[in-house]
Design a protein around this ligand. Structure first.
Ligand code: F6R
Length: 578
């Protein structure tokens, strides 16, 4: 979370250019925004990037850094917005990550008389480095000294006043250098420069770089290092389509095309990788998925299908993986992550590797940290997802898992999935819109499912929470009677997702209906007379199609409520803190 961008060039550029590149990373956080030039001009404010840009003066410079914030330490205020300056005004920097021992470092610097103006953990970096320079160290040695004492995670871009250079260093938080025709962009991820250049150099942990307008040098703790330049290829487009008011609905509608693209690739250029992954999966004792949020819900579907064909598979939310999952050399860990940068997943993957497990990943963002940490990686090719909430990437994660299961013996035909998705969107959107109008004042929604519908219930609940700001609980139909049913009273809405002839789910529906609940049933069995009948070419499409109904509900309820759909409060798309 937090996006950082630095730009450097021999030709002067206006700082709105740099902030424009930052805008492409706004999904990483949007609490506040700021920019600093090598001359020492700093502009910052709370809020989103567009209004900030509108009031930015047209200042030209040869080096600038900027930041969009997802607040962790210190409230959302102008003082806490980045860039932060050192006490002597010589150092300006932006930071993504958390300096865990910032209090300790602050105490030491405060004893030396340095005053802090913000409540952030970041400010300590600027003061520490400036203090070390005043004590006689070169700027590079001061940075190295900071990297030696710092605990936590950081990607930092630093300007030393009047010097035409950007200093960049990182541990655990992502950082990448983009090579332009004239100069460089250094940023949290490749999307900052994907409209300008495919050439990228990825930082590894504990590396730093000195970037000048004509050249760059990379260093590890041992000295200068040679880095590989990667040519990145992009999938899909991110242009706003005037026929859609929000990215979320555009991305929901992109799902048939995204699914088609992935299926073609899994049969084509990614087939070798996929076959190798299936071979490894067959040769080990168990598969352990690790993921967070929506990606975790996709992994639950993977577990369900693999277990159905006798393959031992488990999944766990990444932040607790090291506590509750036994990863060893007999396990294949499959990390699922849209961004490929989620810190909890990165940590779990590093833990699994240290225990001897093989690691594979299913990611959307190519060259992301998780992909680079994996022995094998499958790209889901959904194209960039701009809305903070995942939609099309969930669908493609499920398809990748279905294909893996298919190669391991799960009998299914995946080719009909794109058409199934199209039909579901066409046949349900208008009715969802109509029902959503009646739900705008709803406070609680309970969502139940069994078997393959259980992950769907969890995913739809997450969408309703994050997009429609409705308290929603997604749970196993069988679990409701063990407590939560106490909350069912007259008028409460319950969504029931039913795959196949699941009469137990019908009983669960009866149990809530007799207590006054209004049930909306989404099922593929016409005999159940559901509110939404999913007529699908394959049962494998069910968890995707059913979830899409939920995506549409969360979108249209949020629209009725006038909520900020693409950038919901308190959230960020790339969660790079623990
Ligand atoms: C919800 C959502 C999040 C992410 C989660 C993991 O719509 O997008 O729950 O799924 O933060 O992110 P990735 O998949 O990037 O690891």
């Amino acid at each position: 979370m937090c996006g950082i961008v630095g730009q450097i060039s021999n030709e002067k550029f206006v700082i709105t250019d740099t902030v424009n590149a930052l805008k492409r990373l706004e999904y990483r956080g949007y609490d506040s925004v700021g920019v600093a030039t090598m001359e020492g001009d700093i502009y910052k404010d709370i809020g989103h990037i567009s209004p900030f840009m509108a009031m930015l003066p047209l200042v030209a410079t040869n080096a600038a850094i900027c930041h969009t914030r997802w607040a962790t330490h210190g409230k959302v205020t102008k003082e806490n917005a980045h860039p932060h300056a050192s006490f002597d005004g010589s150092i300006f920097l932006v930071h993504n990550g958390i300096i865990e021992n910032h209090k300790e470092l602050k105490k030491k610097l405060s004893i030396s008389g340095i005053e802090f103006v913000s409540k952030t953990d970041t400010e300590v970096i600027a003061h520490y480095i400036a203090y070390e320079i005043q004590s006689g160290l070169s700027i590079v040695d001061a940075i190295r000294s900071f990297m030696g004492v710092a605990q936590g995670t950081f990607a930092v871009l630093l300007l030393h006043k009047e010097e035409q250079r950007i200093y960049a260093f990182k541990r655990d938080s992502p950082l990448v250098l983009g090579i332009l025709d004239d100069g460089f962009i250094v940023a949290s991820d490749i999307y900052a420069f994907s409209d300008k250049s495919p050439k990228a150099v990825f930082f590894d942990d504990d590396e730093y770089a000195i970037i000048s307008p004509d050249s760059y040098e990379f260093f590890s703790a041992k000295g200068p290092i040679q880095k590989q330049v990667t040519e990145v290829t992009w999938t899909g487009t991110v242009e706003k389509d005037a026929s859609f008011e929000h990215y979320m609905i555009k991305e929901i509608h992109e799902q048939p095309a995204a699914a088609r693209r992935l299926l073609a690739s899994l049969e084509g250029e990614q087939s070798k990788n996929m076959n190798e992954l299936a071979t490894i999966a067959r040769s080990i004792d168990r598969i352990l998925f690790v993921a967070a949020g929506t990606s975790y819900h996709a992994s639950l579907i993977g577990v369900y299908i693999l277990n159905s064909i006798g393959v031992e598979a488990h999944t766990l939310i990444a932040s607790e993986f090291h506590n509750y999952m036994l990863a060893d050399e007999h396990a294949l860990v499959i990390a699922i992550s849209q961004s490929g940068e989620t810190m909890d997943v990165v940590k779990a993957v590093k833990h699994a590797r240290s225990k001897g497990a093989k690691v594979a990943s299913i990611v959307n963002v190519p060259h992301s940290t998780i992909q680079r940490l994996s022995d094998f990686s499958i790209e889901i090719l959904a194209g960039q997802e701009i809305c903070v909430a995942s939609t099309k990437t969930y669908t493609n994660q499920v398809i990748a898992l279905l294909r893996l299961a298919q190669l391991m013996g799960f009998e299914t035909d995946l080719s009909t999935i794109p058409d199934d998705i199209s039909k579901v969107i066409e046949s349900s959107e208008a009715y969802v819109m109509e029902l959503a109008r009646t739900m705008k004042d709803t406070h609680d929604i309970y969502i139940i499912g069994r078997g393959i519908s259980y992950p769907v219930s969890r995913e739809v609940a997450l969408k309703l929470k994050e997009i429609s700001y409705i308290h929603a609980e997604g749970m196993m139909g069988g679990e409701l009677k063990h407590g939560t049913i106490a909350l069912i009273e007259e008028g409460v809405i319950v969504f029931a997702f039913i795959q196949g002839p699941d009469y137990d789910m019908l009983s669960n529906i009866e149990e809530v209906e007799v207590r006054g609940a209004n049930v909306i049933m989404i099922a593929d069995n016409p005999n159940f007379s559901p509110d939404f009948l999913l007529s699908l070419g394959t049962m494998s499409a069910f968890p995707i199609a059913a979830t899409i109904i939920g995506q549409l509900f969360s979108y249209y309820i949020a629209k009725e409520k006038g909520l900020p759909i693409d950038k919901p409060r308190n959230l960020a798309k790339s969660v790079t803190v623990k």
